[in-house]
Write a protein that binds this ligand. Structure first.
Ligand code: ZN
Length: 117
């Protein structure tokens, strides 16, 4: 966790579980996938099919875990992904809008399409 003089540095992630994002850097740059989980404390998220690592696991019969090499997704930092807008189908930064009903929603900074339902 990023700490500065004992203070926890935290910037809010505007990406939610279930969003489609494009990975911008690293081995899987250019890939896009669904967000499987978000870790707001670490500002990281797990993106489907991106940043695959091989984990060598030991068999544990009590937990019904088979040993061997398991491929799984590793966390990606939130600054290395961008949300893919469903309106213009491009990676975009996230802006915010207030609906006439008063609800605050996330919106695409390119075309203004609402990203929340
Ligand atoms: Zn858009």
């Amino acid at each position: 966790m990023a700490r500065t003089k004992g203070r926890i540095e935290r910037f809010t992630i505007s990406i939610r579980k279930g969003d489609t994002v494009r990975v911008l850097s690293g081995r899987d740059a250019g890939k896009s996938g669904r967000v499987l989980s978000v870790n707001p404390r670490k500002n990281t998220l797990i993106v489907e099919h991106a940043n695959i690592i091989k984990r060598h696991t030991r068999p544990n019969p009590a937990k019904n875990i088979k040993g061997g090499i398991v491929e799984k997704e590793a966390a990606v930092h939130a600054s290395n992904v961008q949300i893919v807008c469903s309106g213009c189908n491009k990676p975009a930064r996230i802006g915010h809008q207030t609906l006439p009903s008063g609800a605050k929603v996330r919106a695409c900074s390119r075309c203004g399409a609402t990203l929340d339902k």
